[in-house]
Design a protein around this ligand. Sequence first.
Ligand code: XUL
Ligand code: CO
Length: 437
Amino acid sequence: MADAFPKIKQVKFEGPDTRNDYAYKHYNPDELVEGKTMREHLRFASCYWHTMRGRGAEIFGMPTAVRPWDDFSESMENALRRVPVFFELLEKLQIDYYCFHDRDVAPEGKTLKESHKNLDRVVKELAKAQKNSGKKVLWGTACLFQHPRFMHGAATSPDLNAFAYAAGQVKKALEVTHELGGEGYVFWGGREGYFTLLNTDMKRELDHLGAFMHMAVDYKKEIGFKGPFYIEPKPKEPTKHQYDTDAATTLNFLRQYGLMKDFKLNLETNHAQIAGHTMQHDLETAIAANALGSVDANMGDWQLGWDTDQFPTDLYITSHVMLCVLKMGGFTTGGLNFDAKVRRESFEPEDLFLAHIAGMDTFARGLKIAARIRHDGRIADFVKQRYSSWDSELGKKIEKGKSNFAELEAYALKLGEVKTIRSGRQEYLESLFNDFI
Ligand code: XUL
Ligand code: CO
């Protein structure tokens, strides 16, 4: 193991009263909740890009992060030095999974061939570190948004050469994800969108995106990669409009291009928020289509309109997320990936630990709160009661598609007026929810 964090020992569960900042107050990996351990429910992952490559730079300010193991060069030596540091962090935090982009782990070469070679070298190191630690890849992905060649898009570029380059890159990223035993593979279309429709043939771009995804599915089958593909919706940033805007829009794309059986969604809280939704909204949309795969666990700031990728410390959000996850029966291949970065002002190496601990403890509490709400049953009963008129013979008939307007008109004529309407009790329910926080 590297020794990049000598002052930090293994972070363990010590309970809510501990004064040890490097301990879990709520995340107790082996504690059972609804018959499964917290570790099995939450399936935490740390992401390589923010954790190892984030430097706290933004358009107004230079990097602030202090990372003694990193000389911030794009050399292979530097890339290889990061690997054991990342695994030290995973081990000390008891995080079982990680996620990566091809270009976070290995530097881009002068040619695609050289990039492939760089990637292979680092993947060898990652495989070794996984073997020694038992850590696993939740999902891998290709970075198709940083390099200037993708300025107009990758799979939706007006330039066929950029499209082909992206295909070559995804092919390789799929191979290494498979090689590392990745449980899934993500497509996030950061440049798949537009800044102005004046220069954009939207229909053609979407057709190309559909063709790209079909080729990816074909290749996945060819190499025997069994994990699911996920699309990660986001409405904007970096582009003005991204095609995978939100869960509903992405599902529509998948249906239109006949891809529903090969894809699920990787939903990110901050992305749902900048789409003008709550995370709960996007989760429910995906669950209704049996398409929730995985979660990028972070949060935004409601006063800001962009992707701040903060560590999730809002109990309401984590409770709602875990209610949804429990409702769908838990994750299978997916998990909670902290696509989150420490604030620019939280610049010390220790902050990487404190931030993950904060996110994990908040999710552990969210899980317990969700389980208590389910055990109590009052909210679920309320919802059930609210729809109870549909449990009648007529209701069942309509739900099965066996009724018609004439039958309903005859029924309504006999009613006189609708006298069965009940209160929605929103304030009562919100307050009841508070009781569990
Ligand atoms: C960008 C974002 C990505 C994806 C992976 O907002 O969320 O990091 O998670 O490409
Ligand atoms: Co993300």
